[in-house]
Ligand binder design. Sequence first.
Ligand code: NAD
Ligand code: UFG
Length: 338
Amino acid sequence: MKVLVTGGAGYIGSHAVVELLESGYQVVVVDNLCNGSEVALSRAEEITGKKPTFVRADIRDRPALDTLFALHKIDAVIHFAGLKAVGESVGKPLAYYENNVNGTLVLCQAMEAAGVRRIVFSSSATVYGNEAPIPYIETTPRGTTSNPYGTSKAMVEKVLEDIADADRRWSITLLRYFNPIGAHPSGKMGEDPLGVPNNLMPFIAQVAVGRRDELTVFGNDYPTRDGTCERDYLHVVDLAKGHLKALEKNTKPGVNVYNLGTGMGTSVLDMVSSFIRVNNVPVPYKLGERREGDLPAFWADASKARDELDWVAEKNLDDMMADTWRWQSRNPNGYRLL
Ligand code: NAD
Ligand code: UFG
């Protein structure tokens, strides 16, 4: 079976490429490298001994996609490509809607023309909005999103639902990720954000490796156990495996939506102390102001994925910490040499 992975040179996509290759799938990656690296794909080849086909193109480039589908007999698409920085999206809404929404429209049009109607889409827990009861469960309707990134995910979910309603030949899986962190246990692949990391885990790792002086904990006056925000962190390899389960189990027409998380919340301070304890490295931090838009706490009800996809997150927080540090300490500058 041949799978097209959009955004396969990025953080989560490259880990999915490894899992696909190791499970015997043929893999074609399309990525414009705006936030990914071809080195991630050579590392995937080193790990698996198998080479994914790489096409450098933008998913909004319809002729490029048509050529790709004509050259490769694709059976299914896993769609990671998109922009993902919540804060940046507030200042650049057009770029986010253009990339994430229009990109998906062009991709689906090219799929339709090529007769490929199976897609797994990277959605986010952010589509539950600001007022959903915790834990988040798939039966709760999408809520009001508070930034263009989140809204673009909710819009794409709706577009995909409408496509499936209109044509029962489409089989669509919406995977709502909680907070993916960690790295491949080989230490060869991991998260490599451009510039200052927005997310907690890569920031902690860059402080530990000496690229940044200290972490600022955004707020310690939330109504949580220790006053800092709680999130459902899951290992990126578990998340990658969830995509294979979705491909294998979700062959029926229509739309299925699954939360992918562990079902447990961990606070920012617990994350810092776990990283220090597991890796025995200092992580200087200071307590700072709240970051605008952060919710105090949320985590997944992941029972639907367990019951229907036979997927559970197998790796624990210590694995996430150890694997992040193995990656960061062996690759202090990520995929860049300097
Ligand atoms: P990433 O930025 O590392 O990977 C995205 C990849 O897509 C990059 O390699 C980038 O170069 C590529 N890309 C972007 N726009 C493109 C375009 N128009 N054409 C071709 N390639 C394009 O991000 P990630 O963390 O791996 O996230 C993958 C997906 O998962 C994204 O859709 C993201 O919104 C979603 N997601 C991520 C998180 C998270 O915390 N990382 C949480 C929920 C959902
Ligand atoms: N945090 C800090 N200091 C930092 C960075 C983050 O204290 O330097 C805190 C945040 O305030 C938050 C927690 O660490 O309390 C986690 O923050 P992240 O930015 O790592 O993750 P978020 O939960 O804010 O965002 C993630 C994804 C989004 C997605 C959202 C909801 O990055 O794509 O989950 O699913 F929209």
